[in-house]
Design a protein around this ligand. Sequence first.
Ligand SMILES: NC(=O)c1ccc[n+]([C@@H]2O[C@H](COP(=O)([O-])OP(=O)(O)OC[C@H]3O[C@@H](n4cnc5c(N)ncnc54)[C@H](O)[C@@H]3O)[C@@H](O)[C@H]2O)c1
Length: 361
Amino acid sequence: MERLRVGFIGTGRKPERPGPQGFGMSHQHAQGYVDCADQCQIVACADIVPENAQAFARQWEIPATGVYTSAEDMLASERLDLVSIPVWPRLHRPLVLLAADAGVRGVFCEKPMADTWEASRDMAAECERRGVRLAFNHQRRFGRPFRTAKAILESGRIGRLVRVEFGTGNLYDYGSHSFDLSCYFAGEQAARWVIAQIDYRTERVVFGTHNENQAYALWQYPDGVYGVASTGEGADLIGCHNRLIGEEGEIEVGRRGKGMPVLRHRRFDGGGWEVADCGDEGVHGPGYVERAVADVVRALREDRETELCARNALHATELIFASWESSRRRARIDLPLQIDDNPLEAMVASGDLRPQPAARP
Ligand SMILES: NC(=O)c1ccc[n+]([C@@H]2O[C@H](COP(=O)([O-])OP(=O)(O)OC[C@H]3O[C@@H](n4cnc5c(N)ncnc54)[C@H](O)[C@@H]3O)[C@@H](O)[C@H]2O)c1
């Protein structure tokens, strides 16, 4: 079978210090494709900043003829099978649809899905209609601590799952991963309802999109499993990256605190905590994006769905926007979510929320 022809829309610039104004995720995607070079090859890239595209092409050995400043031109000329889209969330929908319209077979887009709930749904529906396999980079699913936690849950050690919890910085930028992991542990189901409150007093714009400072959210899946999230100052309440509570025990991934193991579990009937070996893997890596890319490539070659598929990403994304909608409406939100916009951005635009500029570091 011929190797997949891969192109990039958005090459970024490898930053000295990755941060909310530029992370250079493109380079992590590229490493993933290079790691499975027997199945695919990066043949082209496009970036509106020519120097970014040229530097990326030099680093990843893309021929000069494959370097573009227009995604449209690249898509028209290169007969691509798979396109990586590591750009900021506001651009995800237009660029995903551009690639889908050009006839690619697969798209691997960065998280969070999009800047509005409508854009998230629309991308998924349009790609489904065109037979384009659309996936999002919730790469932590491929990390050993998370994989092992799921295996321990499935072994029955903590009994039937009752609750999933997470604590992190925000519900959207990082929370996209956290909700995705919650849905992964809970069996890839859409939630039934969510009730949440947020606080947004200091401006926090990450990759061009507002993020709340603090939130508390409670949701429930159709099988009765609850979810709890606490972000910002209240993340300490949870005290770890993810917790799985069962009828007979619990599992903690990424417990905060010096010297804490990345994964531990215990039964409530005694015996204390047991530590699970995760090698040198933590909650962020190494190697998770590369594994995500490998799964997307393999799935496309085998014409099957990756677990990073848009359907699974929608479960997480709905919880983000529904949490913000709950705060806007001061009510529990029954799902499916019936809004189109981004409630946090809408509340900032209307003046209902007036975050003060952040102090410069
Ligand atoms: N999965 C993760 O763990 C993780 C970590 C960090 C960031 N991210 C996500 O990665 C995404 C990309 O963020 P980043 O900071 O890496 O990006 P970046 O700023 O490093 O690069 C984005 C590039 O897109 C280019 N661009 C903009 N519009 C374009 C267009 N129309 N056509 C072609 N190129 C265009 C820009 O010129 C820039 O070079 C964001 O959605 C962010 O949330 C994910």
